[in-house]
Ligand binder design. Structure first.
Ligand SMILES: [Zn+2]
Length: 120
């Protein structure tokens, strides 16, 4: 593992938590309507800090785990363009998602494209 991450408000500051704010209340110019830093973003930043030379061509593994490391939910189609753009920009080569039908592996450029095509 060259980096890891988890979801929580930026800098783990509870005064920044806005999970309960309805997303429709944000102006359309607000491009990120989610509350928390995403685990993928944190894993990329962690790897950039600690293992930058190993990042190009690496594989991002994504699974939803509870606080004790147990599988919480399975993943579906790619949809997060924040993480897909950041991963592509950082040089990550592939995304591996733990889904209902097993592990799905995507080339990161394809993952980014699919994220922008997401329709629910
Ligand atoms: Zn994300």
């Amino acid at each position: 593992m060259i980096g890891s991450g988890f979801n929580s408000p930026p800098a783990n500051r509870e005064d920044q938590r806005r999970c309960s704010v309805p997303k429709e209340t944000y102006n359309k110019k607000v491009t990120d309507k989610t509350c928390c830093m995403h685990a993928e973003q944190r894993a990329i930043m962690d790897a950039l800090r600690n293992n930058p030379a190993k990042l190009p061509g690496s594989m991002m593994y994504v699974a939803r785990l509870d606080g004790e490391g147990h599988q919480e939910r399975l993943l579906g189609k790619p949809y997060c363009t924040l993480c897909s753009k950041m991963a592509l920009d950082a040089g990550i080569g592939e995304f591996a998602l733990l889904c209902e039908d097993g592990v799905r592996v995507y080339d990161t450029a394809e993952y980014n494209k699919l994220s922008f095509q997401y329709s629910g």
